[in-house]
Every structure is written in C-alpha cells, then in structure tokens.
Design a protein. Structure first.
Ligand code: ADP
Length: 426
C-alpha cells in the first residue's frame, strides 16, 4: 500500500475530522489509532491519518510519538505529512504545536513549514495572524475556559513564538489572495530571515486551496482540517489520485447491538447538546467529585445504564459548566482531574461495550482518546458525515466485532447532534 498523503493527528476526534475532510474531497482515507501493528490489514487508500493523543502531554513525549509516526508514514510512501492540530489551536505555552512542527521539519531536512488552523466551514478563520472562532477572537471565545488548554491570546504568531525555538513568520491574506506564486516568493524571503514556521491567514476555502497547493510541494505542514481540504484538492488537481474518489457507503453497513452516548467534553456546544438529548433519552449526570473520590460512582453509573440500555440509547455525562470545572480543578489540579475523569468515562464506555453496545457516540477529544484506547480499537474506515467535522466511523480489526462510532470534538455539531448521530448508525 503506497499512500500520497500522511497525517499525524494530535487527538482522535481531530483525526476523524481530518479523515472526513480528506474523504469528502476525494481521497480514500483510513484513520489508524497509533501506529498499527504490522499484522493489521488496511484497505488500499490514498491517505492515512495516524491518531495520537499528544495534544496535552509533555512536549518531549509529543515529539517522540510524532517522529515515530512520521517515519511509519514516510515508509509507506507519504510525500507530504500534515501535523493535524485543533482548529482552535489548543495548546499551552509549554505546548506541543511548535516543538512537534520543528521536529517534523528537522526530520524532513529542515524546510520552512506553513501553519494554519483555519477551517471556514466550522467558523475558524485567521486574519493578520489572529484566530477567530465564529465571530469572536479566540481569547474571547468559549475556548478561554477550556479545562485543559485555556486559550488567552488570539495572536497565533505570538502563541507559536512562545512554543518555538526558531522565529515565526506571517503570510497575510493580501499575499495569499495574490496566489501561489506570491506565497512562494514570501516563503523564500522568510527562509532567508531564518524563519522556520509561518502562520498563514485564511478566510475562505480558496485561500486554503492556494495554501494546499504550495504546501504539497513541501514535505511538512501543520494545520486543521481546512489545510487538509487544501492539500486534498491540490492532490486531486495534480492528477495523481487515480482511484476514482472515495466512497463511504461500505462503512455504514448495519452492526446491530445496543447504542450509547458518553460525554466528557465541557464545551458550550456539548452542554447544550446534552440538555437537548435529555428531552428524548435518559441522561445520567455523573458527580465529578464522587468520580474522583473512588470507584463507587463508576459502579453506580454502570448499574444505572445496565437497567435502561436494552430499551434504547442512554447518555452518561461527566460534562459540567465552567464554574464546576474550575472548582474541581482548584481542589485536585487541572491535569489530575481531567485525567481521572477521562479514566472514569473510559471504564464506563468499556463496560457498556461489554454489555453489548456496538453503536457509540463519544463527546470530547481527550475523552474519545481515552475510551478508544481502552477499547483497543486499531483503526477506522470513514463513513458519511453527521455534522461538519464528524463522520460515522466503522472499526477495522476490532476484537469485539464491528462497531460504529462517532467521535465528536467538543465544539462540533448542532444541538440535535446525538440523535442525528444515532439515526445514521444501525
Ligand atoms: P473537548 O473536545 O471539548 O476539548 P475533551 O474531552 O478533549 O473535550 O476535554 C475535556 C476535559 O475535561 C477532559 O479531560 C475531561 O476528563 C475533563 N472533564 C470532564 N468533565 C469534567 C468536570 N466535570 N470537571 C472537570 N473536568 C472535567
């Protein structure tokens, strides 16, 4: 299997978001969970997205994991590797976007790297290096209250500079609007000024098409699904993709079994989706303090779900509003509380699968990562899109038999996302 495009995603929902975009734009794509075991039979594809869980780990661990994934992808023929980050640039000042990008650049011989989290379809745009989420600058958006990576600065040149060894540049919208030639000329000028990473503006898909065309000629780029769109369209335009495009129907053949929803995201969107779900299905709100105190709350949740699940889908949620999250974090620490809750939601998820759940929706990037790891699912085929950025996924090589999943990044999906997702899974 030789692939054209490789990607390393810093979390699992981000990986399926990107895989969805690549599929929609004509690339046959699989999502692997980590570097697959050599015995795993993967279908013939144009692109592979290796999902890692490195958004919120120490930078040195993130660099080591990304470097192994890069080697694996290059060995399979990937001429370009996209480091897939969140479209809200989730990271701390000690965080991983700068170090991983620089390490991937070093591994590819030291070239300059385009970086943009823009994804206009989901309201993420970058102008003069500033990231906007919907109508708000990043630091005024709900991301300022993220439990793990609160974002307090919308100026991405500044954010990336604080994480980087080398200088960070900017390619502004005026340059991008002037076309690929202008972008390349600007990159040449920045190279002579020893800049290694360059934040690129983008408001519209046409900007991402220009950036994708330029990036495809370089070995590495860093961005969200928007840049994936640009790269996929550039690859298709180049005539190198001869597969005749991607299809998603095979991925949603019925799997039967029971269905459940597990939520650990505390995003505004997820909190609202939970309120809406409460109108049509049983929702258990976990008590986060009791979850941290010992195993009783987990056992109670499993028993609660066990009593109801045979008659229809159930929802189990750790999610809470920012005030509750802050209180818990001040008692137990940000990472410790986040990690403990992820462990708890992953145990509950695994127990639900043990009891026959085969159709599963998980809300939250880290939450999904912990659950998919505990289930030891090796890879996914990409099915049709439920909402922008969230496809139905079908397991490949899963020990419990075929399952359908939706891994939802916190901010994604409309208010009826949970019922919409289950309606597409049979
Ligand atoms: P998102 O996709 O919205 O960023 P994540 O799952 O990546 O969601 O991150 C949410 C984090 O918040 C996880 O670490 C999760 O365990 C943690 N969390 C969930 N519920 C609570 C809570 N009630 N209090 C504190 N942290 C929580």
């Amino acid at each position: 299997m030789a692939i054209f495009l490789g990607s390393i995603a810093d979390d699992y929902t981000g990986a399926s978001d990107l895989a969805n975009t690549l599929t929609k734009n004509g690339l046959r794509t699989v999502q692997t969970v980590g570097i697959p075991d050599p015995s795993l039979a993967l279908p013939d594809v144009d692109a592979v997205v290796v999902s890692l869980k490195i958004r919120s780990v120490p930078a040195s661990d993130a660099v080591a994991a990304a470097a192994s994934a890069e080697r694996w992808l290059r060995q399979r023929g990937a001429g370009h590797v996209l480091y897939k980050i969140c479209s809200t640039f989730d990271s701390t000042d000690a965080g991983n976007i700068g170090p991983v990008t620089e390490a991937l650049s070093d591994a590819a011989g030291g070239g300059i790297v385009l970086v943009t989290p823009a994804f206009p379809e989901t309201g993420r745009t970058v102008y003069l290096g500033h990231l906007f989420v919907g109508g708000q600058p990043l630091n005024e958006s709900p991301l300022k209250d993220h439990p793990l990576n609160p974002m307090h600065d919308a100026n991405l040149v500044r954010v990336l500079t604080r994480q980087s060894r080398n200088a960070v540049g900017l390619i502004d919208l005026a340059c991008i609007a002037a076309g690929a030639g202008a972008v390349k000329a600007r990159l040449d000028a920045l190279r002579t000024a020893d800049v290694t990473t360059v934040i690129a503006d983008a408001l519209f898909e046409r900007d991402l098409e220009t950036l994708g065309e330029v990036a495809l000629e370089m070995p590495v780029s860093t961005g969200a699904s928007g840049l994936g769109l640009g790269l996929a369209r550039a690859l298709v335009r180049s005539g190198r993709i001869s597969s005749g495009g991607a299809t998603t129907a095979d991925a949603i053949r019925p799997v039967g079994g029971l269905s459940a929803i597990v939520a650990g995201s505390c995003s505004t969107a997820t909190l609202h989706q939970l309120d809406i779900a409460e109108r049509s299905m049983p929702v258990l709100r976990l008590d986060p303090e009791r979850l941290l105190a010992g195993p009783d709350e987990i056992a109670a949740a499993i028993s609660w779900a066990g009593d109801r699940i045979s008659t229809g889908p159930v929802v189990v949620a750790a999610s809470a509003a920012p005030e509750t999250v802050s209180r818990l974090q001040s008692l137990y620490g940000r990472e410790a509380s986040g990690h403990a809750i992820e462990t708890a939601t992953s145990i509950i998820t695994a127990e639900l699968v043990e009891r026959g759940v085969r159709r599963l929706v998980i809300a939250g990037g880290e939450t999904s990562g912990a659950a998919v790891d505990r289930l030891a699912i090796p890879a996914f085929l990409i099915g049709p899109e439920i909402a922008p950025g969230v496809p139905v996924l079908r397991t490949i090589g899963n020990a419990q038999g075929d399952m359908l999943l939706a891994l939802k990044s916190g901010n994604f999906g409309g208010e009826d996302f949970f019922t919409a997702a289950l309606a597409m899974m049979h």
